[in-house]
Every structure is written in C-alpha cells, then in structure tokens.
Design a protein around this ligand. Structure first.
Ligand code: BG6
Ligand code: MG
Length: 242
C-alpha cells in the first residue's frame, strides 16, 4: 500500500509526467489481426502473396502507405485513382470487423491503467494513425476517457513522423518532455523519439532495440509506476542540470 500522497503523476509538480499519449492499434485493442484479414483479402484479389510477417511492416503505418507496401510486395504500380478505390474497399472490409468490437476486446488492464492515471490528474490523449480511431473508441466505450484525440484525420504526416504525437501534446498545451507515449510499433517509437517524447514500448520484445522501457502489457501497474518514476527522475535530473 502506498504511504502518503501519490508521488507519481502529481500535476502540481511540473517535472512530473503530465500527459500520457496512447497509440490505439496494438496498445488499447488488437486490431492488427483485422487489418491483416482485410489486407489479405485485397492481396488475394490482386494475386499478391501476403503473410503475417509482411503485416508487421504495416503496423503504425497509414492506410495509403500500407497499400504502397502491399503493392511493392507484388511489384505492382497502379494509378492513384485505382489505389484510392482499393484503399476504400480495404476499409469497408476492415469496418465490418471493427463494428463487432466490444468493451471486452480492450487489451487487459489498459482501461484500469488509464483510469488510475486520470485519478492522479494526468491528461490522456490518443495518438493514432487510424482514420477509424473514434469509431473504435466508441465501440470499446472509452471515448470519454480521452482529453484529446489526434488521429489519421487531423494529421498529414504518418509515423515515423512525430506529427500525430506533437498534435496530441499541443491539444493539451503540453511539451513533449512532459508526456509519455505508449507504442507497440517501431514506426511509432521512432515518431515519439523524433518528437522528443519519453516512450514506453508495449508488447513487442523487438522494440527493446528502439527504447529502453518495455512492458508486456498493462496488467502490472506497479511495474508501470516504477518505469514512470524512472522517467520522471531522469527528467528532473535533466531539467535541473540546464
Ligand atoms: C494504425 C495501424 O494504427 O492505423 C496501421 O497500426 C493502419 O496498421 C493505420 O494502417 C491506419 O488505419 P486506418 O484505420 O485509417 O485504415
Ligand atoms: Mg500500434
């Protein structure tokens, strides 16, 4: 049991983490499998071989950039018009899966963790490449937990560009070093780092080459608090050295 007032995430302490920005796909809910099924159907129609390993390359990447990767696997060069039609069709297939999502599909512990952050005064933002982000949050019944939503509809540059995270931080009037980003994709970690954010990798052991902070998931809040305490300590050290 914690003694005294919570040391972490204290809004009154400017050096402490003030905002947590969550990627959506792979951090809050596992939609990668539905992206895969939808792209696999498209790949079949285009006679392109597309495996789960190939799908890893699409994680965190925008819809059109994902299509470009798929087409490059089949060495196909299509007109912009044809590409838009295919992307639209892929999204239609994807949405059929997404509309079946329910609160039970939230990844274990993530909702409880977000609620615990909010209780400590930490602002919560979404930083996702998806244009379907709000639909997904509504299906999961957690839209109201977010103080800001930056997604594929209000940014121009896809991860690994930091735009989506910078947008989320600016919506909350925060600096990047006051925020922690939670990400499962390499492109997302690169985006967070490029924007000057602290970043915790979620679920994918390969991320350890990209960030020193890795968690398996959100089940272990005490481990998460320890990591965040370390990040805060580093931040305080840095700020007091300047
Ligand atoms: C990201 C996914 O969150 O959203 C990518 O990791 C996906 O795989 C991207 O391509 C865009 O999603 P949407 O919903 O706009 O097609
Ligand atoms: Mg992701």
């Amino acid at each position: 049991m914690r003694r005294g007032p919570p040391r972490l995430f204290n809004k009154k302490e400017p050096e402490m983490t003030q905002c947590c920005i969550f990627d959506l796909d792979g951090v809050i809910v596992d939609t990668a499998k539905y992206h895969f099924l939808a792209w696999k159907e498209i790949a079949g129609e285009l006679e392109i071989t597309f495996t789960e390993k190939d799908n890893e390359r699409l994680k965190g990447v925008s819809r059109m950039a994902s299509l470009d990767i798929l087409l490059s696997l089949g060495s196909l060069d299509l007109s912009e018009e044809r590409k838009s039609e295919i992307a639209e069709r892929k999204n239609k297939i994807y949405l059929e899966y997404i509309m079946k999502l329910k609160p039970e599909d939230l990844l274990p512990g993530v909702e409880r963790f977000i609620i615990s952050l909010k209780e400590k005064g930490v602002s919560i933002a979404l930083g996702s490449a998806s244009k379907n982000a709000v639909t997904i949050l509504r299906q999961l019944e957690i839209e109201s937990l977010f103080d800001a939503i930056a997604d594929g509809n209000n940014v121009n540059k896809a991860k690994p560009d930091p735009e989506v995270f910078l947008k989320a931080a600016s919506m909350l009037n925060k600096n990047s070093n006051d925020c922690i980003v939670f990400e499962d994709a390499i492109a997302g970690i690169e985006a967070a780092k490029a924007g000057g954010f602290n970043c915790i990798g979620v679920g994918n052991p390969e991320l350890k080459d990209k960030t020193e902070y890795i968690i398996n998931g959100f089940d272990d809040i005490s481990k998460l608090e320890k990591i965040i305490e370390r990040i805060d300590t580093e931040n305080i050290k840095e700020k007091t050295q300047c």
